[in-house]
Design a binder for this molecule. Structure first.
Ligand code: PMP
Length: 402
């Protein structure tokens, strides 16, 4: 709590303003592993707010691989990769990623670090970036750090993108998109984007944080989904979501990877991540590749949810991915609905500005292969009970899901 004596007292009024707008952030503390049925803030709840889309975060094979590697390789990375932090486990992971994507790979400690380092290593003052307006914050931060001309096009508006590409002079051009948009769940049309990249001699950088594991027959993400193996494509995979671990990797042309190894500041100037995470990731990639059953279960949950939401007063945005956004509108309504569901034992995060545009508050329902049909049914019951309450019915907390 800021006080008048605090040297940061100026923030107090701004934080109060955030509270007044229902935009003040707060955390809940989870005391169980990341699963679907968890305990947070001392309350047993059914979670729809994790990015563990395949239910791998607590998979025994991953945990065993990490434990074994901890015994063999120790815990800390101890130094940056280019000094002495690069361990055989990291090298194995990069080899495994090459087999997985068909491209050389460079691994990073987190997706955020990868995005803020790679983009400025690719383009600078004489260059131009063309970015979708709904790109993830880490991509925007990387674009701003690069000092390249930064042009943003309306979400999925390829006509506007083509106009910007045609009218923006630059030495190098980089198109930047999310493979799956993190708050909308829709897919960037990569074949069309690559056609534009070819036409205007640009590179295409795709952040596939939410596609890996979920899209494509083998879960290889949006490149597999669209059937692409293209030299202009730069793929960024992150491992804290469907892969169930932590970290990221950029995959692409061999010269690109060599350049980043030499020039990407967030790769060079940071401690290598614990080798045990790389060991667990190799197992995770095996489980992803062989995870057809998990993906089928996830698709069944998506169908069940979408059918069950059809007659709600809130609209489920079109999405075939694990991210199912239910559009509510104002900050107040969004938070109220999230709070009501929480009271019913359902944890579904309310997403408000600046994460989404003003007036487009939503519940970000994240589905996982680890959910059961019953879990989805409980969520639907909760949403319909809230809808009745909204329409003037009686609040009905006693029949709460948990
Ligand atoms: N890109 C996207 C699209 C994301 O959603 C996220 C995480 N929310 C990141 C990058 C950052 O990845 P990490 O959590 O590994 O830092």
């Amino acid at each position: 709590m800021a006080t008048a004596e605090s040297p940061f007292a100026a923030f107090a009024a701004e934080l109060d303003e955030l509270s007044a707008q229902q935009l003040r952030r707060q955390r809940r503390t989870r005391t169980t592993p990341a699963d679907t049925h968890i305990v947070a803030d001392g309350r047993a709840v059914l979670s729809f707010c994790s990015n563990d889309y395949l239910g791998l975060a607590h998979h025994p094979l991953l945990i065993d691989a990490a434990k074994q590697a901890l015994d063999e390789s120790g815990l800390g990375g101890a130094a940056s990769h280019l000094v002495s932090g690069h361990h055989l486990q990291h090298a194995r992971l990069e080899q495994r990623l090459q087999a997985f994507t068909g491209w050389p790979a460079l691994s990073f400690a987190t997706g955020y670090a990868a995005n803020v380092g790679i983009i400025p290593a690719l383009v600078g003052r004489e260059d131009a970036i063309f970015a979708d307006r709904l790109n993830h914050a880490s991509l925007n931060d990387g674009c701003l750090l690069s000092r390249a001309t930064f042009r943003r096009f309306a979400h999925q508006d390829l006509n506007q993108l083509a106009t910007l590409l045609a009218t923006t002079p630059a030495r190098r051009r980089l198109i930047v998109v999310d493979g799956v948009y993190s708050m909308d769940g829709d897919l960037a049309p990569l074949p069309e984007l690559l056609a534009l990249a070819e036409q205007y001699d640009a590179w295409l950088y795709v952040d596939d944080a939410h596609g890996l594991g979920v899209l494509g027959e083998h879960g290889r993400g949006c490149a597999e989904y669209w059937g692409l193996h293209h030299p202009r494509l730069i793929q960024l995979l992150t491992f804290g979501k469907a892969a169930g671990v932590q970290g990221a990797a950029v995959c692409g042309d061999a010269l690109l990877i060599d350049w980043l190894l030499n020039r990407c500041r967030s790769y060079i100037y940071t401690t290598a991540s614990p080798p045990a995470l790389a060991a667990a990731l190799c197992v995770s990639l095996d489980l992803i590749e062989g995870g057809q059953q998990r993906r089928e279960t996830l698709r069944a949950h998506i169908r069940q949810l979408r059918e069950g939401c059809a007659d709600l007063p809130w609209t489920l945005l079109p999405s075939e991915t694990a991210i199912q956004p239910l559009r509510v509108g104002s900050n107040e309504e969004t938070q109220k609905l999230a709070d009501r569901l929480w009271q019913r034992g359902l944890w579904v995060p309310g997403i408000r500005p600046p994460t989404v545009p003003v007036g487009q508050g939503r519940l970000r329902i994240s589905l996982s292969a680890a959910h059961t049909e019953d879990d989805i049914r409980l969520l639907l019951e909760g949403l319909h009970a809230c809808a009745r309450e909204w329409q003037g019915g009686t609040p009905d907390y006693d029949s709460a899901a948990h």
